[in-house]
Design a protein around this ligand. Structure first.
Ligand SMILES: Cc1cc2nc3c(=O)[nH]c(=O)nc-3n(C[C@H](O)[C@H](O)[C@H](O)COP(=O)(O)OP(=O)(O)OC[C@H]3O[C@@H](n4cnc5c(N)ncnc54)[C@H](O)[C@@H]3O)c2cc1C
Ligand SMILES: NC(=O)c1ccc[n+]([C@@H]2O[C@H](COP(=O)([O-])OP(=O)(O)OC[C@H]3O[C@@H](n4cnc5c(N)ncnc54)[C@H](OP(=O)(O)O)[C@@H]3O)[C@@H](O)[C@H]2O)c1
Length: 544
């Protein structure tokens, strides 16, 4: 829809990915007026923007989907074990049509800022669209469904704007197909997006140069058409299947749950067998082979070495194999899932370039210079990731009580209560915000849990005559402390991951997501059971 001229809503939702879409559905169900603003021209968020070749989910299709409507989950058919980006986008479009969501979504409109009016207890939200900045709208509640991985990270390499060839970022891929046939292509980065796209680009390009700073661990997807018997079995008991998954540490994978035993208590042969079984199964389940893989460095090393051996066995050239072999803790950076990634380096047209030893010096009009050598290129693909979890939020000028800006509040790292609310920012909710399990889980599960919690909170407030809700500073401090202390008991904070913000120069290093889905859900339920403990609700409660 385009701007209707209406300027006051009960709820403004920012973003029309899976979080914003479901939030809108729930808010409408409560009879509240709502407007969603979405910077893109369509729904789907991640799956709208990340159209690079090979983009697909690495959580299984039967799990990476909404569960709020049994008719929807019964009627929708996924064609592959791991769905492709186009199929997930079709699903998002189907959901938007099925629930008539587009009527309340204003596309091609970016929220630039929002200010809390303390006298009126509402948010004034500023937007800009095709026609430039619009008059602000007001909303009692502001819900940020802006995504954890929605602000692309473009490295500031000297000369980047001088490149005369084609330049792409995986997270802002064009809508028209890009054909690399006969071209010399450079891919910068070797994270999940690069690892998915490199095998496909290699199949088209005349020559492909992969500029690698940190080698990553990747496990095969063993993707296949979705087995109809498996689909029927799940659909026969979808509710129970979802319930089992919600008890998993990462909210997925109940068909091969984590083995809680220590890797160090097993014999060499038992360990090998456990890793091999999960390697053959495919996907992220490898890290569930033992319970202490992300707790104990020696346990972790056994899994890391297993994958290193696989890389050495797949990649024929020993120098390339060595360069592709990661040294860091496995799983500390997000594990990647691939289809033929390591095998791609056996192709004669694919070259691996180490930019750790020799960082990229310059992008020139005709290519890229590193290690004193010029690489002539027709196209450069930046698979350089995202300013994750906070970047999209701090890009906006969001101001809470006393004009406090979110950027100031988060200058030393994000601070939230439950990843849902923020002290000094009343009536503002974040869906899968920092401090919640979000990116460490099947995100559709986390999104639905947050949306359900927020919807229940709005209903509670209406029922009890509250107009304002705000996290207390004490609850927020204790929560930030809790999130850090949970992370500090693990191996996660030990490497330069985007979970820590280490991929963005100058960003404060703080481990942003909370580890462990089931205890988090219990905490959220407990907070509600105790009358929204840690929040102040007005007008019924005045003290802060
Ligand atoms: C390539 C890729 C693959 C992924 N694969 C998986 C996976 O296998 N499993 C998994 O669980 N998760 C995966 N994720 C994480 C994925 O982001 C989530 O699963 C989920 O799609 C997030 O939905 P969302 O609605 O919270 O955010 P998003 O999908 O990011 O949507 C946020 C929307 O907000 C809009 N927006 C942001 N700021 C503004 C603004 N100021 N004004 C207006 N609109 C704004 C954006 O345009 C975007 O459309 C992947 C992420 C990426 C990048
Ligand atoms: N379903 C999926 O399989 C899938 C697919 C894509 C994305 N995702 C999600 O999105 C997240 C982000 O993935 P991503 O691959 O887009 O980003 P990423 O994991 O952050 O990877 C970015 C890559 O770019 C490199 N890089 C960044 N700046 C560089 C520079 N200046 N010079 C050289 N190299 C540079 C990084 O190297 P360093 O490691 O040295 O920083 C890294 O290899 C994933 O972790 C995952 O959660 C999932």
């Amino acid at each position: 829809m385009s701007d209707t001229g209406k300027r006051a809503f009960d709820v403004v939702i920012v973003g029309a990915g899976f979080a914003g879409m479901y939030m809108l559905h729930r808010v409408r169900g409560l009879g509240l007026s709502a407007r969603v603003y979405e910077a893109g021209s369509g729904v789907g968020g991640t799956w709208y923007w990340n159209r690079y070749p090979g983009a697909r989910c690495d959580v299984e299709s039967m799990e990476y989907s909404y569960q709020f409507s049994d008719e929807l989950q019964q009627e929708w058919h996924w064609s592959e074990r791991f769905a492709t980006q186009p199929e997930i986008l079709r699903y998002a479009d189907h959901v938007a049509d099925r629930f008539g969501l587009r009527d309340d979504i204003q596309f091609d409109t970016r929220v630039t800022g929002a200010e809390f009016d303390e006298k009126a207890s509402h948010w004034r939200v500023s937007t800009t669209g095709g026609g430039g900045p619009a008059a602000p709208v007001s909303a009692r509640f502001l819900i940020m469904a802006t995504g954890c991985l929605s602000s692309t990270n473009m490295p500031s390499i000297p000369g980047i704007d001088s490149f005369a060839g084609e330049k792409y970022h995986t997270g802002q891929w064009p809508h028209e197909p890009v054909d690399f046939t006969g071209k010399r292509v450079g891919v910068i980065g070797t994270g999940s997006s690069a690892i998915q796209s490199i095998p496909i680009i290699a199949g088209q390009a005349k020559e492909l140069f992969v500029f690698q700073r940190t080698p990553n661990y990747s496990v095969p997807a063993h993707n296949a058409p979705l087995d109809p018997d498996y689909e029927a079995r799940i659909k026969a008991e979808y509710g129970a299947f979802r319930a089992r998954n919600s008890l998993m540490p990462n909210a997925f994978g109940s068909s091969l749950p984590r083995n809680e035993a220590s890797a160090l208590a097993a014999t060499d042969q038992e360990r090998r067998q456990a890793y091999e079984t999960r390697w053959q199964r495919g996907g992220l389940v490898l890290l569930g082979a033992f319970g202490d893989l992300l707790l104990d460095a020696r346990a972790n090393e056994t899994a890391a070495e297993f994958v290193r051996e696989k890389i050495r066995a797949i990649v024929r050239d020993p120098v390339t194999a060595e360069l592709l072999t990661p040294w860091q803790v496995i799983g500390c950076k997000r594990l990647c899932v691939d289809t033929g990634y390591y095998e791609t380096f056996n192709r004669p047209n694919v070259h691996l370039v180490d930019v750790k030893a020799h960082p990229i010096e310059q992008i020139t009009p005709t290519g890229l210079r590193t290690g004193g050598r010029d690489y002539p290129l027709d196209c450069i693909v930046f698979a350089t990731g995202f300013d994750a979890m906070t970047g999209t939020l701090t890009k906006m000028d969001i101001r809470g009580r006393g004009g406090l800006s979110l950027r100031e509040k988060w200058h030393a790292g994000p601070r939230t209560y439950l990843g849902l609310g923020l002290a000094a920012f009343p009536n503002l909710f974040t869906i899968s915000g920092p401090g919640s399990p979000s990116v460490l889980t099947n995100m559709l599960v986390s999104i639905e849990q947050h949306v359900n919690w927020i919807a229940a909170c709005l209903a509670y407030m209406r029922e009890h005559g509250h107009t304002v809700i705000e996290a207390t500073a004490q609850a927020e401090d204790a929560w930030v402390e809790h999130v850090n202390s949970v992370a500090d008991r693990t191996l996660y904070p030990g490497c330069n991951s985007w979970y820590l913000g280490a991929n963005v120069p100058g960003k404060t290093r703080v481990f942003m997501p909370l580890i462990g889905y089931p205890p988090y859900v219990r905490k959220c339920e407990e907070v509600v059971a105790k009358g929204y403990e840690g929040f102040v609700l007005e007008p019924a409660v005045q003290a802060r």
